[in-house]
Design a protein around this ligand. Sequence first.
Ligand SMILES: Cc1cc2nc3c(=O)[nH]c(=O)nc-3n(C[C@H](O)[C@H](O)[C@H](O)COP(=O)(O)OP(=O)(O)OC[C@H]3O[C@@H](n4cnc5c(N)ncnc54)[C@H](O)[C@@H]3O)c2cc1C
Length: 415
Amino acid sequence: MFLKNYSQILIIGAGPAGATASMFLTKQKIYHTLIDKAVFPRDKICGDALSGKVFSVLKKLENGIQNKIYSDENYLGSFGVKFFAPSGLSVDVPFANNIESLSVAPGFIATRKYFDNFLLENSAGEYANVIQGCEAKQITKQPDGKYKISCIGNGLTIEFVPEIVLAADGDRSIFAKQFGGKMVEENHYCAGLRVYYKNVSGFNSNNFIELHFIKKVLPGYFWVFPMSNGKANVGIGLLKKYASKNKINLRKELEDIIQNHPEISKRFSAAEPLETPKGWGLPLGSKRRKISGERFMLLGDAGSLIDPFTGEGIANAMICGMHAANVIELALEKKDYSSDLFYEYDKRVYNRLGKEFSISTTLQKLSRFPWLFNFVVKKAIKNETFRETLTAMFNDLDLRSSFKDPKFYWRIFKN
Ligand SMILES: Cc1cc2nc3c(=O)[nH]c(=O)nc-3n(C[C@H](O)[C@H](O)[C@H](O)COP(=O)(O)OP(=O)(O)OC[C@H]3O[C@@H](n4cnc5c(N)ncnc54)[C@H](O)[C@@H]3O)c2cc1C
């Protein structure tokens, strides 16, 4: 039984990481405060694609939450990914080998304005003191080891001195910069742009999301994701190191692809942008970092935990939220807020995501080579068993790790 004390735990940021931590704390009947500088529903620049990993976290809360998503028309179910090699050839990789027999889609696309608000609504309740429009502005560490967080909300200053801080305030986290050593590392950081469009044509009938690996923006990609209301989420992302080294202007590349790419431009002939391209960074998990310390844990983008190949970060942020809440239960029970105790969080997060990050880092490096990409896609088009293996790789990490083994490519070469 935990004390009815909302101020013992402060979560800064109510995106997928913070809201999920809040939902799990509520499940454990642990009182806490969740603040966000924005008032929801709010936009977040993103590709808006949610994978099955999101559902694996939600399922642990209550089945009802997941069912709400399945029955909501704001979510567009997606059954797979279409990979376009630099040659222009494409291969469809369904999320499961039997998609015809599935009753619900394994993945979804939903605007973050909608999805994040949905999570926040589910995190509100007896155990959560949710304060929107409240920005953490200044943080100091006190002699007793606690953090004093001064926030501004509605023109008022509010001060928190919690026992434990969860920094879930995204890529520009002030807590992670000040106390978690967070900085932009060009080798482990991607620049991304998003534009919503309407009337893009030519989508797959099972709403496959599309990743186009175009020579000029390797090892990044251009994406087109179908959405529920006839709109599309369109964007481009590239490792900062390559954007800087090759002086690539992503806005120009995005425009050039949409207007001049021989195949893509045809699909945009009747399309209209609904906004100007909007940019935001993707801090990648291609380097293992320490994501906790005495009295704090860094969640989601604040801990730089985005998949280095796919750019998926929502589910990873939610996985962090779940583990952080579980480790808090441990800390409160033991009344131990030391960095040793919170290192348990690092272990749990990297146990779950470390292998994926390692494979994705290899894939990201290999995707610099257009010939290799062309070769793999060409083989996949010709060979059904190989396509089925690619699908199985979504769910089987051991199989996916074959991408790191040169023998795998030799076997493809030899059929
Ligand atoms: C262009 C682009 C495309 C992407 N596409 C995808 C995709 O298709 N699928 C996918 O899974 N991932 C994608 N990602 C990654 C994904 O957006 C992030 O990994 C995810 O949003 C991380 O969630 P989070 O909760 O850690 O942070 P955020 O979602 O950024 O939430 C942080 C919250 O903290 C609040 N906040 C910030 N500072 C303060 C403060 N000082 N005080 C109080 N509150 C504060 C913010 O208002 C915000 O609500 C993409 C990212 C980009 C940039």
